[in-house]
Design a protein around this ligand. Structure first.
Ligand SMILES: NC(=O)c1ccc[n+]([C@@H]2O[C@H](COP(=O)([O-])OP(=O)(O)OC[C@H]3O[C@@H](n4cnc5c(N)ncnc54)[C@H](O)[C@@H]3O)[C@@H](O)[C@H]2O)c1
Ligand SMILES: O=C(O)C(=O)C[C@@H](O)[C@H](O)[C@H](O)COP(=O)(O)O
Ligand SMILES: [Zn+2]
Length: 357
């Protein structure tokens, strides 16, 4: 078992990563709670629900509510329904919400916790590779048809309990999706880490030791940033590398049509191309493209119209006065936030799409 402590200006919490944690989950709760609501998606409930419920039921008053699996549950309807469940189960300010699943459940249940009675404790119990990213740092949100995560808050969990045994049952598509964020953590932090990630072959069974080591490194990269800039005034924007276009693609194609990581992977390729142009430097575009292709990321997508994409990019949370900001790289490990005019963005995006297709 490995523990990293996150210390921001507002809160301290532990991220515990290890094997077999689910069946001892009660031991990792930071304190005793009078009442717990577990929010889980139907797939995760089917595989791991009993273990967690049985462990907690002996000690606490526990209720479970499930949401349909998939990005479309990160919606105002599910958010409202979960609030109603919290009321029905008599959760109060001494109660706990457990977000049990991938990033979808983490973001949704975390947002419920952040607004129910103006905020009650919640913990993240991630079950996907992607959630090494989403469970740490306290961004919680739901989607709006106009844009990803437009309704949300900064609301850190009181603990993250990451049982890596759960990764064994992940479908290949979700392994790919999660690894895009590991690649991101490599690109924004360190050449050696990036190269190490590109050595991983996602088409063969994962080497658990290597994966867990890389997930811990990714968490370390994220922790270092959110500890200094919890609310994204400056350097936290670096964690958005690949997301300005990625989120626009997800939202324009329809939530769930492409996974978050698949869209971010395309967004990172675009950001690398732009970085080359803006900083007159060489970027590992080809190395990343080849790795993504070899690992069966969908790089040839049915592209939405450029105007729609640009409109969505303007709604990105980094935008100011409708000017699109993108995170680019001056070099690997040296991210930088750059403003782009509509004209420039359109020209580069058109060229990128043409060359990718
Ligand atoms: N808050 C943040 O900082 C942050 C960071 C990155 C991504 N996100 C958000 O996270 C979401 C994506 O998260 P995700 O990729 O984990 O998707 P997800 O939560 O939708 O899970 C993906 C799929 O995997 C299934 N699944 C989950 N765990 C499983 C397991 N152990 N075994 C088998 N199947 C399992 C789920 O049922 C689902 O079908 C997006 O909404 C994205 O915007 C948030
Ligand atoms: O933690 C962050 O900050 C990130 O940007 C991490 C991203 O991987 C994640 O997808 C996040 O939800 C994006 O945030 P948003 O503010 O662009 O919605
Ligand atoms: Zn992301």
């Amino acid at each position: 078992m490995h523990k990293q402590t996150i210390q921001t200006s507002t809160i301290q919490y532990d991220v515990v990563v290890g094997k077999g944690l689910l069946s001892n989950i009660d031991q990792y709760l930071p304190k005793k709670y009078n009442n717990i609501l577990i929010v889980v998606d139907e797939v995760v409930k089917g595989i791991y629900g009993d273990t967690v419920i049985d462990t907690l039921k002996s000690a606490e008053n526990v209720a479970v509510t499930s949401v349909p699996a998939g990005e479309s549950s990160k919606s105002i309807e599910q958010y409202y329904r979960l609030l109603s469940e919290a009321i029905e189960h008599h959760l109060d300010r001494k109660s706990l919400i457990i977000a049990f699943g991938g990033g979808m459940v983490g973001d949704l249940a975390g947002f419920v916790a952040s607004t129910y009675m103006r905020g009650i404790d919640f913990i993240q119990v991630p079950t996907t590779i992607l959630a090494h990213d989403s469970s740490v740092g306290g961004k919680v949100a739901i989607n709006h048809p106009k844009g990803k995560n437009l309704i949300g808050s900064f609301y850190p969990p009181v603990a993250v309990i990451y049982d890596v045994d759960t990764l064994q049952s992940l479908p290949a598509k979700e392994i790919r999706s999660g690894y895009a964020e590991v690649v991101k953590h490599g690109l924004i932090s360190d050449q050696a880490f990036f190269e190490e990630v590109l050595n991983v072959d996602l088409t063969t069974p994962l080497d658990t030791e290597v994966t867990v080591d890389q997930l811990q490194k990714g968490i370390g990269v994220k922790a270092k940033i959110v500890e200094q800039d919890e609310r994204e005034s400056n350097i936290r924007k670096f964690l958005n590398f690949g997301h300005t276009l990625g989120h626009a693609i997800e939202s324009e194609l329809g939530y769930g049509k492409i996974t978050h990581g698949e869209a971010v992977a395309i967004g990172m390729l675009f950001a690398l191309k732009l970085s080359e142009e803006k900083f007159n430097t060489r970027m590992p575009y080809k190395a990343l493209y080849d790795w993504l292709s070899k690992n069966q990321y969908p790089l040839s997508i049915s592209w939405p119209g450029i105007n729609q994409l640009i409109d969505k990019m303007k709604l990105d949370k980094k935008s100011e006065n409708s000017i699109v900001q993108m995170v680019l790289l001056e070099e690997i490990g040296k991210p930088s936030v750059v403003n782009l005019s509509d004209h420039e963005l359109r020209a580069h995006l058109e060229k990128f799409i043409r060359e990718l297709d």
